[in-house]
Design a binder for this molecule. Structure first.
Ligand SMILES: CC(C)(COP(=O)(O)OP(=O)(O)OC[C@H]1O[C@@H](n2cnc3c(N)ncnc32)[C@H](O)[C@@H]1OP(=O)(O)O)[C@@H](O)C(=O)NCCC(=O)NCCS
Length: 250
């Protein structure tokens, strides 16, 4: 089977802190009875080098299983053939030409159009930086020895349109916002909003108190239907946590 090589991946990177966010057997996902067949067909089509057919299969699988947010088999295809792990309800991150191998994406992650993720630089300390001298696909060297860095995008992060995530960024925290067009060169702290080139923090989404309440709730592990019953998803979260703190005081 044609799987992703993890050679030359920088293993010191952070992984998703909570493996429940990447559970492939997630009951929140839809799986068609044709799913396993289509996953195998995708492998055969990759072996034959047909990118067009691969794109068509991905699109078909997605339609069959309720779209990107819900498709179980699409996640399986991304993991087995493209080295990408994607949690339930996340969307916008199923194009392997924009999201390289060794990327982990949590649940409820929103990715805007034309987001680009790059996990390695050309070798700047060598005589030439051209792929002819490090990429086996170009025939000149036996082994690709340029290190790729892993990336973890935690649950409920939102990446705005045209954001660029460069190799210096290894972690985008839970609930973080990357503004449209931001060029991210460093890790992004949970619940922070970063913007600009190079991206800098402009503010936090919530107060520390509201962040703690969000973290304690572990809401991102739930299904949307249950969450709508447990929380008021339409109201300002900071105000809600203040209300509940005041009620406790009385
Ligand atoms: C980051 C974002 C969420 C902030 O929205 P907001 O809270 O309404 O923020 P404001 O427009 O009031 O801007 C706050 C500050 O951040 C700056 N800012 C906002 N977005 C910025 C961006 N994309 N790049 C650089 N600076 C930005 C503003 O200039 C402003 O700076 P100032 O305080 O010095 O004047 C929004 O600007 C954004 O980028 N949204 C992404 C939309 C998108 O890509 N949608 C695609 C569909 S998923």
């Amino acid at each position: 089977m044609n799987t992703i090589s993890t050679d030359n991946v920088d293993e010191t990177q952070c992984d998703m802190h909570d493996s429940r966010e990447l559970n492939e057997e997630d009951s929140d996902l839809d799986q068609s009875y044709l799913g396993n067949f289509l996953v195998a067909l995708y492998g055969a089509s990759r072996f034959l080098g047909s990118r067009k057919l691969n794109r068509l299969i991905r699109r078909f699988v997605s339609r069959l299983e309720g779209g990107e947010m819900l498709s179980h088999s699409l996640r399986k295809i991304m993991r087995i053939y493209h080295g990408l792990q994607i949690g339930a309800y996340s969307y916008g991150c199923f194009d392997p030409t924009h999201f390289p191998p060794e990327t982990q994406i949590g649940r409820y992650v929103s990715v805007g159009p034309k987001v680009g993720v790059y996990r390695r630089n050309h070798p700047m300390n060598r005589l030439s930086m051209h792929p002819y001298f490090y990429n086996p696909a170009c025939g000149a060297s036996a082994q690709d020895d340029v290190t790729s860095r892993r990336l973890c995008i935690d649950s409920d992060a939102w990446l705005g349109a045209n954001a660029l995530i460069l190799p210096g960024c290894r972690y985008i925290g839970r609930g973080a916002v990357v503004a449209a067009g931001a060029v991210v060169t460093q890790d992004v702290a949970p619940y922070s909003i970063v913007a600009g080139n190079p991206a800098r923090k402009i503010c936090d989404r919530f107060s520390q108190h509201a962040i703690k309440a969000a973290e304690d709730s572990e809401w991102w592990l739930g299904k949307p239907s249950d969450l709508r019953n447990r929380f008021d998803m339409t109201r300002d979260w900071h105000a809600q946590t203040l209300d509940s703190a005041n009620r406790t005081k009385q």
